[in-house]
Design a protein around this ligand. Structure first.
Ligand SMILES: *Cc1c(COP(=O)(O)O)cnc(C)c1O
Length: 390
């Protein structure tokens, strides 16, 4: 990359630096301004740091209330939440599960952990989430209806589920996807790991399918250190997920009896304590993320090589990661721009390399994914810590 080509992007680098203002923060750092220390101390002083303790139920109740779900099951991370949801909803080894090629690798890994095979699909240019029209067309053109449901005629495997993801906090069209899933008899799970606080109208993301999964990793909107949760409106499923997450142990005063192969996926009390304190601050964090978005919009308004990505009309993004969409010409310089950001101390990142290009998934079935490829070529994620908002 010549200096001359890069010098065209000096305005972009300067504009982002004016927002970051010398903060050497990583891409997304948590903010602990509330009761975190108090609740953690409470865990340590009471001795309840692990698999027993009141913070877990409190966190589940507070989370369910915030998103408007009837049930929440807290687990050790988002990946385990997706894995548990797939198993709990009956996805079997050898099934194929539709997954957007644009996601963090955890979405595909959860499918593989369930013994199933991810089948990659494209996203919509508008939402950056799985395209309902695209999926319907794809299914109509190639899937075969077998005696027990949909079959991939090329592999002979059952097509049983769809996981949609709300990219960077921008809501996918989950209602339309739920309709496609219903029409084709697919289980529908939302990977809402990035979308706590994101809405379509007044409906929180993660509630349109049989289950929605959140992540509370250290880089997410709120954190429990490591953690995740599954939300559902189905009380039977919620109870089954809870049971499976706690080694499938049958409640008894002293007996160790387990009625199936379970998981050790329950969120520890100490993580839930952090989560309760973080949830209390979620409205303030969301406000900061939105303010930071406006700061970037303003700083970048005269940059001609691309645009700040904004929420669609009728939706509300949590602005978990702030994204800049390079135009086709500037996209040719993406790697040089990323290097220039890093050299100047700005923690910019590309989107995830499309999942259908990753070594472990190169042989997985995939639709053509031109929109995913285009977004990967053009999007740069900018420093997004709520602490940057002024
Ligand atoms: C963060 C994330 C997950 C889950 O990650 P964990 O680190 O296991 O909590 C899953 N899917 C997406 C899209 C994510 O961004």
């Amino acid at each position: 990359m010549t200096q001359r080509r890069l010098s065209r992007h000096g305005g972009l680098i300067d504009a982002v630096q004016s927002v970051v203002a010398g903060n050497k923060l990583s891409l997304h750092e948590p903010q602990f301004d509330g009761n975190e220390k108090r609740f953690l101390l409470d865990c340590i002083e009471s001795g309840y740091v692990s698999s027993v303790g009141a913070f877990v139920s409190r966190f589940e109740e507070d989370l369910a209330k915030f998103v408007g779900a009837s049930h929440a099951v807290a687990v050790v991370n988002g990946t385990s939440g997706l894995h548990l949801a797939l198993v709990g909803l009956g996805v079997k080894p050898g099934d194929e599960v539709f997954v957007p090629a644009l996601s963090f690798v955890a979405t595909a890994n959860a499918v593989a952990l369930a013994g199933a095979v991810p089948h990659y699909v494209d996203v919509s240019e508008e939402t950056w989430g799985v395209s309902p029209e695209g999926l319907r067309e794809y299914l109509s053109s190639f899937a075969r209806v077998g005696a027990d449901g949909l079959i991939n005629p090329r592999t002979g495997r059952p097509l049983t589920a769809l996981i949609a993801m709300h990219t960077l906090g921008f809501p996918a069209d989950a209602e339309a996807l739920a309709e496609v899933a219903r029409d084709f008899g697919l289980i529908f799970i939302e990977d809402a790991a990035e979308s706590l606080g994101s809405y379509v109208g007044r409906a929180h993301t993660g509630l349109a399918g049989q289950a929605g999964v959140f992540s509370f990793n250290g880089n997410k909107t709120i954190t429990t250190g490591g953690g995740g949760a599954i939300v559902t409106s189905d009380p039977v499923l919620a109870a089954r997920l809870k049971h499976l997450s706690t080694t499938a142990k049958i409640a008894h005063r002293y007996e160790f009896d387990h009625d199936e192969v379970g998981f050790n996926y329950r969120m520890p009390n100490i993580n839930a304590a952090l989560g309760v304190a973080q949830l209390e601050q979620l409205p303030e964090i969301l406000e900061r993320q939105r303010r930071l978005h406006m700061m970037y919009v303003k700083a970048l308004e005269d940059i001609s090589s691309g645009t700040k990505a904004s929420e669609r009309l009728g939706t509300s993004s949590n602005y978990w990661l702030q994204a800049f969409l390079l135009d086709e010409t500037a996209a040719k310089d993406k790697n040089a721009i990323l290097n220039a950001f890093l050299d100047s101390g700005v923690a910019a990142r590309p989107l995830w390399r499309p999942l259908n290009r990753l070594t472990p998934y190169r042989l997985s079935p995939s639709a053509l994914t031109p929109v995913v490829d285009n977004l990967y070529a053009r999007v740069i994620c900018l420093p997004s810590s709520p602490a940057l908002a002024r």
